[in-house]
Design a binder for this molecule. Structure first.
Ligand code: ADP
Ligand code: MG
Length: 254
């Protein structure tokens, strides 16, 4: 517990002359919810994409579990347990919730058709385990009652929960989420974060970009603030609200 999971070491990434990320360092330790906030254009997405291997930094390094990853391809980083919710294949609206969960399971997609034809029994055993696991996660995220519903018939909020549930099927060590509470009502947004907080006690650490500061601040154990490509503040939620740099990044928030 509490060793450094992800180390972002003086990372810079520019586009032409624009420094989207400028000498940013952050440490994410295992356990809990880690927040990343900042106004539009402050470099959050560029930093996320750099961690996920979609961009390579122009200087600095990214380390996951002590291994340098900034020269790796996205799938290699994914295989190490660093997962982005959007890497999971998109929801299939005409399939059941359960089937959508099974499709998202790590390593299952390509194998199952082959195995179902040639290694039926072994496949069935494995499939049974996966079904149990999927139902477990669905229960936890309060979608258990919708296991056999058609995914396309879920409400917007339930779909959001399903997206999160599906990314958990990949058994991530670190799960990165870009705005899990966007587009859902505040009560559900809070409920989603409450669930993530519970899940963070079961072996998955979360690194989350969220614009709804009041919800993030309630559940995050540590928050990083970016402004104009730089890390301008970090700390516990309550301490961030005492930081002048936070109010410089968010003029008008009092
Ligand atoms: N692919 C790109 N090409 C050119 N400029 C980009 C690109 N991606 C981001 N930027 C610029 O980098 C800066 C940071 O953007 P971004 O990382 O998307 O910020 P945020 O996610 O915090 O809103 C912005 O000035 C943006 O215009
Ligand atoms: Mg962004």
């Amino acid at each position: 517990m509490n060793e450094t999971l992800l180390k972002i070491d003086k990372v810079s990434r520019h586009f032409g002359g624009v420094y989207a990320v400028d000498g940013v360092s952050m440490d994410i330790n295992s356990g809990g919810i880690w927040g990343l906030v900042g106004p539009n254009g402050s470099g959050k997405s560029t930093l996320f994409n750099t961690i996920l291997g979609l961009y390579h930094p122009h200087s600095g390094g990214v380390y996951f579990k002590g291994v340098r990853i900034d020269n790796l391809a996205p799938y290699q980083i994914y295989d190490m347990g660093l997962v982005n919710a959007f890497q999971i294949p998109r929801l299939f609206p005409s399939m059941t919730v359960l089937d959508n969960m099974l499709v998202a399971a790590r390593g299952q997609m390509g194998d199952s058709l082959f195995n179902s034809l040639f290694l039926r029994q072994q496949w069935q055993e494995q499939e049974k385990g996966l079904v149990e696991e999927a139902m477990d996660i669905l229960d936890l995220i309060e979608l258990g009652g919708h296991t056999f519903s058609i995914a396309g018939e879920l409400s917007g909020g339930q779909r959001k929960l399903l997206e999160i549930a599906r990314s958990l099927m990949a058994k991530p060590t670190l799960l990165m989420l870009d705005e899990p509470a966007a587009g859902v009502n505040p009560i559900l947004g809070k409920k989603i974060f409450k669930k993530l907080h519970e899940l963070s006690g079961r072996g998955t650490t979360f690194f989350i970009v969220e614009h709804r500061l009041e919800i993030l601040f309630e559940f995050a154990s540590w928050v990083y603030v970016m402004d104009k490509g730089k890390r301008v503040a970090e700390g516990k939620s309550s301490d961030i609200l005492e930081e002048p740099a936070f109010y410089q990044a968010y003029p008008g928030k009092e």
